[in-house]
Design a protein around this ligand. Sequence first.
Ligand SMILES: Cc1ncc(COP(=O)(O)O)c(C=O)c1O
Length: 396
Amino acid sequence: MNNPAFADRISDVPKSFIREILKVAVNPEMISFAGGLPNRDLFPVKELQNASNQVFETAGKEALQYSNSEGYLPLREFIAKRYADKAGLKVSPDNILITCGSQQGLDLLAKIILNEGDDVLIEEPGYLGAIQVFSVYRSTFVPIPLLDDGLDAKALTTALQSYRPKLLYTVPNFSNPSGITYSLEKRREIAAIIEGYATILVEDNPYGDLRYRGEDIPSFKHFLPEQTILLGSFSKTAVPGFRIGWIVAPDAIMDKLIVAKQAADLHTNIFTQRLLYQYLSDNDLEAHIRKIREVYGRQGRAMIESIRKHFPSDVHFTTPDGGMFLWVTLPPQVSSMKLFDLAIKRNVAFVPGNPFYTYPVENINTLRLNFSCVDEKTIEVGIAKLGEAIKELLGN
Ligand SMILES: Cc1ncc(COP(=O)(O)O)c(C=O)c1O
C-alpha cells in the first residue's frame, strides 16, 4: 500500500533525531554520554519482585480489573503527602491525576489547552519530549533563552507583551538538556512577571529529587499557586518502565484532564500502580533516592573534573547541582555535528544540541552530555577522547 495521507499534526513532527544519529553509535566499544536513561543497576528489582508477589496474593483480582481514571487513591495520597513533607506544598489527592509517565501528563495538558497556532513559551534549549508534544498540537513556539540561573527575564517579559501564550513550559530543577536550576530570586522574578497574564506555568520536575549538592529551592507553586501546573514522575526515582507519573492541576483543569485521560486510555495500568504503591509501603524511598544521588553525584563530579582537565579553556559547560545531564557550549565556529562525527570515530557518543531547539539549526555549537549510566573511570577516558576531538576541530 502507498503511504496513507497522514494528518498534518503528525506529518510536521520531526523524527527522533537522537534515534537517527545513534544508529551509528551501536558499537559495543562505544562510550556513550548520549543516552538519557536512568542507571539500570540502581533499579530495585528484588524489592519490586516481592511487591509484585504481595499484590498478586492480597489483591490479585482488583489489581487485574479495570479501574478509575484518576489513578489509585493510596498512590495519589502518597504523592500528596510527599509534596507536603518535602516541598511544603498543600496538594489534595483530588488534584492529582496518575498518568502514563509525566510525558502523558504533558500530552493531555497540551490536548486540553492548545488550539492549532497557539503560542507556547519554552526554554531554549528545551526538553525534546515537550517540543515533540507541542509540535503535535501545532503550537507556535516562542523560545526563551535559559541563562545560568533560569529563564532570561527580559526576554520573557517581551514575549508576554508580544504574544498571547497559553503555556510557559519550564524544567526548573536540573533541566534536561542543560542541567540548569532556576535560582530562588529568578523563580520569584518570573512568578511576578507572569502573574496576571492568562498563561499557565508548567513546572515539569522529574529530576528534583536527584539533588546532590546545595539546598532544595521552592516550587513555582509557592509563588503562583493557582497558575502553576506540576508534572511529576517515578521514572527517575524508582523505575521508568512502569510509566508512572502524575499531573497536579486546579479543579477546573483537572475535570478536563480526566476527560482527556478517559479518551486516551481509560486509566493508567492499575497493576503497576498497585505494585509501585506496595513497593513504596514496604521500602524506604528516601533511602533509595539517597543511593541514586550518591552515584549520580559522583559521576557528575567526575565528568566536571574531567572536562576541566581535558577540554580547551574556551569551551563552556554547566555545573549541575543534580540530575543526569550537563550542557556544553563550544567556541562559536565549532559545529557539534562535526564534533560528533569525529567523536564517533574515537568511540565516544553524545547528543549534538540540534534537537533541543524549536527550529532548524545548522552548525550549532552546543551539545548534551549524560553522566547517569557511565562509571567514573570510563567518564574520564571518554571525556579525554572528546577533548582530543575538540582540539582537533579547533586545529590545536
Ligand atoms: C524534562 C522531562 N520531562 C518529562 C520526561 C518524561 O518522563 P516520564 O518517564 O515520567 O514520562 C523526561 C524524561 O526524560 C524529561 O527529561
